[in-house]
Design a protein around this ligand. Structure first.
Ligand SMILES: O=C(O)CCC(=O)C(=O)O
Length: 303
């Protein structure tokens, strides 16, 4: 569904100005949007998984661990597919308050694509280099967007997510490196095309929500503070956006679930070209492992 048609549907939770701002700028921020009750439930399960990770000494299908992770001092980069592993994450993503935000921005028929919980651990949690998401998981149109929830207060020192307003309307970047391998990040020599003077850092208090379109140029700095920066991310699209390649995300039981409205009878195509990523079925852990050039392994997810 095109933005003009989406805007004709009455909004569930956003103002018309917020929706127009999103379509114009490619991002949105909602301060303190998620209730304390939801945050408490999410923290309860999250703390359980952090505890479970102590038993591991390497990343697996559920946990993406920093190389210096130990049982005494767990250091998680990511819980890879929260919705697939726990009913609380699923309830939040499929029925929680952010689904109204998704509906207001993609239209009444909403499809879930995938989720992840990026921790960016205290004292050095890694940067996410500048990139766009859609090249990791191409769709027939550019309705996919990702809604992030900060589970804790996030300030400038903690590696908040940065976005370049309006970059979703510009040409997509080539995310392959000069060696022809997938880099998952914009090349240094092309960074002069990124309008860094315009960057907006999406920090906020616990429960704040970020939204970014799948074409948005975004990234984040390392976390050099004493506190971790847990950001729970979920990607949705309009039901009329179909994924173009069989990525590992598509093979998950809950990916591509219609969570509002009805499945599409007609697929919508947007005209702008999209880069094709490598075949993820060969194995991929996460953007962190990829951008830090660690060995890849079976069972990860894109972007
Ligand atoms: O965690 C972040 O700061 C950014 C996450 C991100 O860009 C991604 O996972 O694609």
């Amino acid at each position: 569904m095109k933005p003009d048609d989406i805007l004709k549907h009455s909004p569930k939770i956003l103002t018309q100005e917020q929706r127009e701002f999103y379509f114009e700028n490619g991002y949105l921020q909602l301060e303190g949007f998620v209730s304390e009750e939801w945050l408490d439930r999410l923290w309860k399960v999250t703390n359980k998984y952090i505890d479970d990770s102590r038993a591991l000494d390497a990343s697996d299908q559920v946990f993406d661990l920093e190389p210096n992770h130990t049982a005494e001092n767990p250091r998680l980069r990511r819980i890879t597919h929260p919705v697939e592993i726990d009913p609380v994450y699923q309830e939040f993503t499929f029925e929680g308050p952010i689904v109204d935000v998704a509906e207001d921005l993609v239209g009444p028929d909403v499809k879930f694509h995938h989720s992840k919980l990026n921790f960016k651990w205290a004292d050095g949690g890694e940067e996410v280099k500048w990139h766009q998401d859609i090249q990791f998981w191409p769709h027939t149109n550019y309705s996919p967007l990702t809604i992030g929830v900060y589970l804790d207060d996030v300030d400038d020192e903690m590696g908040p997510m940065g976005v370049i307003p309006g970059s979703h309307k510009e040409e997509l970047f080539d995310l392959y490196g000069d060696d022809g391998q997938w880099a998952g990040a914009i090349k240094d020599r092309e960074m002069d095309r990124v309008r860094m003077d315009d960057v907006v850092w999406l920090k906020g208090r616990r429960g704040s929500v970020t939204v970014h379109n799948c074409r948005m140029v975004h990234g984040s700095m390392p976390n050099n503070s004493r506190r971790s920066r847990p950001l729970l991310l979920q990607t949705y699209s309009s039901a009329d956006a179909l994924t173009l390649l069989g990525s590992i995300v598509d093979n998950l039981p809950k990916s591509n679930s219609i969570i509002r409205g009805k499945p599409a009878r007609w697929v919508q195509f947007d005209p702008e070209p999209c880069q094709i990523p490598p075949d993820w079925s060969k194995g991929y852990t996460s953007i962190f492992a990829l951008q830090q050039e660690e060995g890849q392994q079976e069972g990860g997810q894109a972007a």
